[in-house]
Design a protein around this ligand. Sequence first.
Ligand code: PLP
Length: 466
Amino acid sequence: MSTSQMPRTVASQITNLPPTAELQARDARHHLHPFTHAAGLAEKGARIITRAEGCWLTDSEGNTILDAMAGLWCVNVGYGRQELVEAAARQMAELPFYNTFFQTTHVPAIELSERLAELAPEHMNRVFFAGSGSEANDTNIRMVRTYWDLKGQPERVNIISRWNAYHGSSVGSGSLGGMKGMHAQGGMPIPGIHHIDQPNWWAEGGDMSPEDFGRARAQALEEKILELGPDTVAAFIAEPVQGAGGVIVPPESYWPEVSRIVEKYGILLIADEVICGFGRTGNWFGSETMGIRPDIMTIAKGLSSGYQPIGGSIVSDEVAEVIGGAEFNHGYTYSGHPVACAVALENLRILDEEGIVTRVRTETGPYLKQKFESLTEHPLVGEAKIVGMMGSIALTPDKASRAAFAADAGTVGYLCRERCFANNLVMRHVGDRMIVSPPLVISKAEIDTLIERAWRSLDEAMAEAE
Ligand code: PLP
């Protein structure tokens, strides 16, 4: 798109943009960033993104950067979709806000909940809205405990999750998550949340085969249930494929065994679909891809492709019926925000009518998989794992033993991410795993560019680490 074609406000913002260094200094003076070491950032200066189109970001220095992370795993339909701008503008003009508390509703909330019920598995037909994935998981903590209370089993309060899971950053959802660095700050986890080990065969599988290891890690759930007492356990929560923990794709034996165990003990299964939902794994929900039958699904991110902040919990008929037996004293001002609902609805229309989810499953997903797996030919790369459009590579000094780099070199992943930035590619690193999660509209030519830049960045990181 030439500058003359850009919407006037955007073009004028770019023309009048103050120098990068000035913006960085102002940012460092007043803006505290999430998941950031502020002093380190002040020294370096934040990268300033000014606009975006399709899969491409533009920064304040005029660089165009391939965004292989879809923002934060969320811009599923890509940037610059005018239909979403118009849906927001129309809804703002009509009804910019009204709440859904106290027996009130509005058309966008009605239509979006109806559409989500159509897309969700057949037994899930109700939605509780929130403003984010974190809020939705906080809702889930209260919902599952209230469910058991209303069923006359108030002692069922324990929720089991996994180390290295990510379920959000509020005190409740951060407790559900298994990020030890987060738990170390601010008094988490809250009582009643328990963690078991993750199915990360590459890092933790030792001499076991992936399938034996997957089964063993699933059986850790049964051991934890027995340790806590089966009558005290309310729910198990997990991402169908762990995202922020490093895109950990579980061995095929894992989910069938987990499903057997949750069914045996009658505990609720919460599938956190915040990343996996809305096409990321090649189906509408990761639960479908992994063959899971959840009682609750957490949604956010791809629900609106990040154009508006919105999240929610899609709930089974059984859970909804029990919860509906009393007043649920819970809700957010922005639960079912009309503008967010209108944008989400339009986003779901685009994903559906443009066949984007199907294309990920049958065309661009398999193409990305083939190219992404070819990265294992690079000397630094031990394994490449990918489902649909979420994948990761493990960096290693020795492929045969699946060795990790020395702890103080957590830095090889960091080096690699920095080289990606320098090569105008956004990839993320979690320790020594490098992640991709591009917009679902990425083309085959853009996938080629992604792989070529990733390879170059790996080469440069290897040279720098030596
Ligand atoms: N659940 C998962 C699986 C996530 O990846 C995230 C965010 O990355 C969340 C929940 C939290 O969502 P939010 O950042 O919208 O609160």
